[in-house]
Design a binder for this molecule. Structure first.
Ligand code: NDP
Ligand code: GDR
Length: 365
């Protein structure tokens, strides 16, 4: 495998536009720029856009260990004339890097997925979360505004909004439900939402907010509750772990499959006019129900393994999220393909296989 990180472009500033990149792809191909490309959604969106023939550019932040595991399978050597993926170092906390990358890439579409996306962590790192999620969005929008004004080239912008913005608002929640955020993360997402609306109205930017309810997959970060549960199910089944410590089991979420949700992001940017859309399954389940389904998949009873640890409680909780995605169904023709039982099954099956391999490695050392 090519060590991906060594090929991240730091010399992009010397390039004049996307046509200068040695991709070999037709000049007619659309160019997309994705922030948060190394995250769960970034990886699915990159797959989708590459399949559609886009040249995809992604912003990654520097870290001391590799963060590109979710997109390594999409990467090709920079000298490969057919490659469609280029990575750039940048950070939502660093407006200079954003501006430089935008100038060089001059994308047709931008998907702003980057965030400190963990709700509980946002209570511990509130200021940082606000800086990246809210002010980071503002930095990016300001760069887009300037590049569009200077070049005259239209850029379509997608903002990763969240059902967390509804917070304490009673279900079901739709585009007309007033926001009532319950965490620093959610407050920052509300600010980002309104920045996006304001740039659309003030500067005529083609900017959309996707208000996405929880979406999961086998690529979900392991500290989010669904993946934490399915990882534990696999490891418990193979004798690698004895207990699973969780917080509030009563919270209800509208859980869909991430692969379905990135399709909705793309569809929003293909419309004649920009707008905001709720994306959800219309079905809510409690954390307890997720536990039941995940452990039942391997014929275990979750009650034998789960213990409550108050450290996972949040200062303010979001009790019940249930989305009404009628507008997306009507305008985008979007609807989810993966049901709740199918989602749980694919995550558990994936993590069983991970645990099986882990057990083999342990046994052989
Ligand atoms: P992840 O946490 O998996 O990915 C977040 C991405 O943002 C990672 O690529 C991360 O990089 C990057 N990132 C974090 N901080 C910065 C920064 N300062 N500058 C540049 N990049 C940064 O999130 P998801 O893929 O699950 O979610 C994508 C977006 O959608 C997020 O904005 C999230 O808040 C939002 N969202 C997610 C939902 C869900 O259920 N998944 C629902 C609704 C909204 P690194 O890999 O280096 O950490
Ligand atoms: P959420 O997802 O906060 O909805 O944000 P998370 O999986 O973290 O929590 C869901 C619910 O489960 C409860 N819970 C636990 N959560 C975690 N992480 N760990 C535990 O041990 C645990 N025990 C119980 C939580 O209290 C909560 O009620 C996700 C993120 O992807 C956001 O970025 C995104 O905006 C929203 O979904 C929509």
């Amino acid at each position: 495998k090519t060590p991906l990180r060594s090929h991240i472009r730091s010399d992009v500033v010397r390039m004049k536009g996307p046509h200068k990149f040695p991709t070999g792809i037709s000049l007619m191909n659309k160019v997309a720029l994705i922030t948060g490309i190394t995250g769960q959604d970034g990886s699915y969106l990159t797959e989708l856009l590459i399949a559609k023939g886009y040249n995809v550019h992604g912003i990654v932040r520097r870290s001391s260990s590799f963060s590109t595991g979710r997109i390594d399978h999409l990467y090709r050597d920079p000298h490969d004339p057919l490659r469609q993926l280029t990575l750039h170092y940048g950070d939502l906390a660093d407006s200079t890097s954003l501006r430089r990358i935008l100038e060089a890439v001059q994308p047709d579409e931008i998907y702003n997925l980057a965030a400190q996306s963990h709700v509980k962590v946002s209570f511990e790192q509130a200021e940082y979360t606000g800086d990246v999620v809210a002010t980071g969005t503002l930095r990016l929008l300001e760069s887009v505004r300037d590049v569009v004004a200077r070049t005259g080239k239209p850029i379509r912008y997608y903002q990763a909004g969240s059902s967390e913005m509804f917070g304490a608002a009673p279900p079901p929640q739709s585009e007309t439900t007033p926001f009532y955020p319950r965490s620093p993360y959610a407050v920052a997402k509300v600010a980002a939402y309104w920045y996006t609306v304001n740039y659309r109205e003030a500067y005529g930017l083609f900017a959309c907010n996707g208000i996405l309810f929880n979406h999961e997959s086998e690529r979900r970060g392991e500290t989010f509750v669904t993946r934490k549960i399915t990882r534990a199910v696999g490891r418990i089944k193979y004798g690698l772990q004895k207990k699973l410590y969780l917080g509030n089991l009563d919270a209800k979420r509208d859980w869909g499959f991430a692969g379905d949700y990135v399709e909705a992001m793309w569809r929003m940017l293909q419309q004649a006019t920009p707008d905001d859309y709720v994306i959800a399954t219309g079905e809510a389940h409690s954390v307890r129900e997720f536990l039941e389904a995940a452990f039942a998949r391997v014929e275990l009873d979750w009650r034998d393994y789960v213990e409550i640890d108050p450290r996972y409680f949040r200062p303010t909780e979001v009790d019940h999220l249930l989305g009404d995605a009628s507008k997306a169904r009507q305008h985008l023709g979007w609807q989810p393909q993966v049901s709740f039982p199918a989602l749980v099954a694919r995550m558990v099956d994936h993590d069983l296989e991970l645990a099986r391999r882990e057990a083999l490695v342990r046994a052989s050392t």
